[in-house]
Design a protein around this ligand. Structure first.
Ligand code: FEO
Length: 406
């Protein structure tokens, strides 16, 4: 890739992955993604993060172009050890033989277990809770530990002389493009990508996000360029404030007047119930998304659940349980720890009918406020049971309205 000078003597040297559709193996990335890395040319040429190993050749080419002449790297800052950012670290260490590799305390531990031959690497563990600094020449780099944003090792690096921060996974988006800056693309689409990334990657760490935002505010860092390791760079104080404010809003998880009905079906009875429940919710003025798990990827479902006030889940009873892809979605959802949700269950059955009990237990396990009675229909819904479904939708809708107006 061709490097891009984003500030004087600071270069984007990352890679654009146009074909990524299965980010980290579990989340949709319909627009592809990028692995951003940055090179600062100072007395010590310093590289911030690397790229996924598939892009090592192009990455070395970008470094060579940014360095001009004989490429070399004095320092490497490893903000995060996940392989999309440190996947070619061994190649970089081998090729450039840096004097120092800066890592967080947890980063050092991760580095030793990802790279089993790293005993002789010149690692320097840098982070203190309030941020340690090191000089790279005219500039200094301040390291701010951000444990569990996204892994225990993450940190943000800040250069005060350039008012620039390299934020690792935080504030990123899955967005492959020729543009490098957020202000060069459609703002609405980018905000949707930012929210999608948060809902599927960052959501379980929302308490850490709030703590980090407060800590950054307390440090009174002047940031006019915020560089995540995925997607576009936030340029200018307004754009940086927008990214920070969006993360605060996401982390607070205030629900909207919206419900998501998630279901799978065998002979369309549970599906018909979903539509009747939808009518009841809509009758209460709630915006509804009906999402068949056969037609929607679990990360697309999670994007809708993220800002919804209620989640209603339906499955027929299958082998004394629920259909497997409903269980898949519920497992994925539970791991992302959505907060402040109302939940309800429904489903059809032929003989044993355990579905709603199991679904309700799943929703309770996520701390949801359960609206009962769940609706259970033997074989096909009748006029009477369609009415029960409608009534369940009304009841959930009323609970949403009461919660949002409290
Ligand atoms: Fe983009 Fe946690 O890796």
């Amino acid at each position: 890739m061709k490097p891009v000078e984003i500030k004087k003597d600071i270069y984007w040297v990352g890679a654009v992955d146009w074909n990524s559709r299965d980010f980290h193996g579990y989340s949709l990335s319909p627009r592809g993604t990028t692995y951003n890395a940055f090179l600062v040319k100072d007395e010590k040429v310093t590289l911030f993060d690397t790229v996924k190993s598939d892009f090592t050749g192009e990455f070395n080419c970008a470094i060579a172009q940014a360095c001009g002449g004989e490429p070399h790297i004095d320092y490497v800052v490893v903000n995060h050890l996940e392989p999309d950012h440190a996947g070619c670290l061994d190649c970089i260490v081998e090729k450039y033989k840096p004097e120092k590799i800066f890592v967080s305390p947890m980063g050092e531990k991760a580095l030793r277990t990802f790279y089993h031959d790293s005993a002789n690497w010149p690692c320097e563990v840098v982070v203190t809770p309030t941020g340690a600094s090191t000089s790279i020449g005219k500039r200094s780099v301040r390291f701010i530990e951000t444990r569990m944003l996204h892994w225990p090792d993450n940190m943000i690096s800040y250069i005060p002389e350039d008012t620039i921060a390299f934020s690792s996974d935080a504030f990123g988006q899955n967005w492959a493009s020729t543009e490098r800056f957020a202000d060069e693309v459609n703002a609405h689409d980018l905000d949707a990508a930012l929210a999608d990334y948060y809902a599927n990657i960052v959501l379980p760490y929302s308490p850490v996000v709030l703590k980090t935002l407060d800590a950054l505010a307390g440090m009174k860092l002047d940031i006019d360029m915020l560089c995540p390791d995925h997607g576009l760079i936030w340029r200018g104080r307004d754009a940086v404030a927008h990214a920070l404010d969006s993360y605060r809003e996401f982390a607070l998880q205030k629900p909207k007047k919206k419900a998501v009905i998630i279901y799978d079906t065998m002979w369309h009875s549970t599906e018909q119930m979903a539509r009747a429940i939808c009518d009841g919710l809509a009758d209460e003025g709630v915006s509804v998304r009906i999402m068949s798990v056969k037609h929607n990827h679990h990360s697309a479902i999670m994007r809708e659940v993220f800002d919804a006030a209620a989640v209603l889940v339906g499955s027929p009873t299958h082998n004394n349980g629920i259909l497997p892809i409903v269980a898949d979605v519920l497992t994925y959802m539970k791991g992302l720890r959505p907060q402040n949700k109302i939940g309800a269950a429904f489903g059809s059955f032929g003989w044993s009918g355990e579905c709603v009990k199991i679904l309700t237990e799943h929703l309770q396990g996520m701390g949801m406020e359960i609206i009962e009675p769940a609706v259970k229909v033997k074989n096909r819904p009748s006029h009477a049971t369609f009415q029960e479904c409608f009534d369940l939708g009304k009841k959930v809708g009323a609970a949403i309205n009461a919660k949002l107006s409290a």
